[in-house]
Write a protein that binds this ligand. Structure first.
Ligand SMILES: [Zn+2]
Length: 331
């Protein structure tokens, strides 16, 4: 067992219950506050989030991770309000997003004058230990990310700082990949920096159908995030087919599932004509409504399906080492 920091205080890993590992109450791309014609309405946002959580509670969930990094519109006060209103466990993150869509400008300015890995590490450790700013809200995860093709200098610094903060505090790490690209590289960088692979979720691994990529991550002992069910950048049929292969290869014990749904956008970046469609698509109930029946039809056992939202998140947060890849359980 291990202690997990939720936004409303510590819980034991045994208390996690049914868990979604990657959803967002809010996201705001850096620059969102320049869209002053799209004012942020925290009252409306809270109401939307409370409704969404009620849907999850009806499905038997009791915990979600909102791994919004510190430069992507993270909103600890909203998370606390929603957690208190619903009794739901919400875990937030310390860390920084990929360079291309994150808040790199601040850190690149500083990096002209000093090595920023130290100050970045201090920031992450401070948030994890004492809370985010003056809020008192302590993250329970670290979040890092990469883009396409290569890990940038800024991202290398973020990874180094996150690895150091993980070592200092025992906090696990979840990542953003661009559709699984650089996933195995992320594992290599973080494990070389001393992070145990079973403390890593390589996010958005479901964005590629490349089985070798999945098995490189799983074989290294890290968790795969099949965490974008419902997002129409690819067909859910393709995500499910990949997941069935991963399970058949004995890696079902290291897969976590989610939707990467965003419930409230700061400075709404969606064109007005697409907003209703985006909101209808980005919901955290697709796994239960659509994916579970598809997995069952594909021969994945009820026990394995249950593990994706119960045993695997609990084992991840408890920090239990993973064994070697298990035997195949499906045809
Ligand atoms: Zn996300």
């Amino acid at each position: 067992m291990a202690t997990i920091q939720t936004v409303t205080g510590p819980i034991d890993s045994a208390e996690l219950g049914r868990t979604l590992m990657h959803e967002h109450l809010t996201v705001g791309y850096p620059g969102w506050d320049s869209a002053t014609d799209e004012p942020w309405n925290p009252v409306e946002a809270k109401a939307i989030c409370v409704d969404r959580i009620a849907e999850l509670q009806d499905l038997g969930y009791s915990t979600l991770i909102d791994p919004c990094p510190g430069d992507l519109g993270r909103d600890p006060a909203l998370l606390v309000e929603v957690a208190e209103a619903t009794g739901f466990n919400i875990v937030c993150a310390a860390g920084l997003y990929k360079e291309h869509e994150g808040g790199a400008a601040h850190w690149q300015f500083r990096a002209r004058f000093e090595d920023v890995v130290g100050p970045m590490t201090d920031l992450f450790v401070g948030e994890l230990t004492d809370g985010i700013g003056s809020t008192g809200v302590r993250p329970g995860m670290l979040k890092v990310g990469t883009g396409t093709e290569a890990v940038t200098d800024h991202e290398q610094r973020v990874f180094a700082a996150a690895a150091a903060a993980s070592a200092a505090t025992g906090t696990p790490i979840t990542t953003h990949t661009e559709d699984g690209q650089l996933g195995p590289t992320q594992v290599e960088i973080l494990t070389a920096a001393g992070v145990d692979p079973h403390r890593l979720v390589i996010g958005h691994s479901c964005g590629t159908t490349d089985h070798d990529t999945h098995m490189a991550i799983a074989g290294a002992g890290a968790y795969l995030g099949f965490d974008r069910f419902g997002i129409p950048v690819m067909a859910d049929e393709d995500r499910v087919a990949s997941l069935v292969k991963v399970v058949a290869a004995g890696a079902g014990d290291r897969v976590v599932v989610s939707h990467d749904s965003v419930w409230c956008w700061k400075g709404n970046p969606w064109p007005k004509a697409l907003r209703a469609q985006a909101a209808a698509t980005m919901v955290p109930t697709v796994f239960d409504a659509k994916i579970v029946p598809m997995l069952t039809d594909a021969g994945v056992s009820d026990e394995q399906i249950r593990a994706f939202t119960w045993d695997n998140p609990r084992r991840f947060f408890a920090g239990e080492p993973l064994g070697p890849l298990g035997p195949s359980e499906t045809a």
